[in-house]
Design a protein around this ligand. Structure first.
Ligand code: SF4
Ligand code: SF4
Length: 82
């Protein structure tokens, strides 16, 4: 999963781009739910939030490092739940 660092300027651009609705407004800045973030695997070739973020404050979450297989499994679980 990816995470948003405290450099976020709350520009609101990333939230509607997430195919998994993993991005939400937290207490101070936008946050990413790691249970929902597939790093866009299953939807797009690259993380859409990173593509649109004007200040490049979205990075891999060191606490939630996942390989492509793990991300694909998460995507498949989410699709079944949908
Ligand atoms: Fe959503 Fe993709 Fe960003 Fe994860 S990488 S938060 S799934 S837009
Ligand atoms: Fe924050 Fe970047 Fe999302 Fe804008 S696009 S709300 S700066 S994480």
């Amino acid at each position: 999963a990816l995470r948003i660092t405290d450099e976020c300027i709350n520009c609101d651009v990333c939230e509607p781009q997430c195919p998994n609705t993993a991005i939400y407004m937290g207490a101070e800045i936008y946050e990413i739910n790691p249970d929902l973030c597939t790093e866009c695997v299953g939807h797009h070739g690259e993380p859409q939030c990173q593509v649109v973020c004007p200040v490049e404050c979205i990075e891999v979450d060191p606490a939630h490092r996942e390989d492509n297989d793990a991300l694909l499994s998460k995507y498949q679980r989410l699709v079944k739940l949908a």
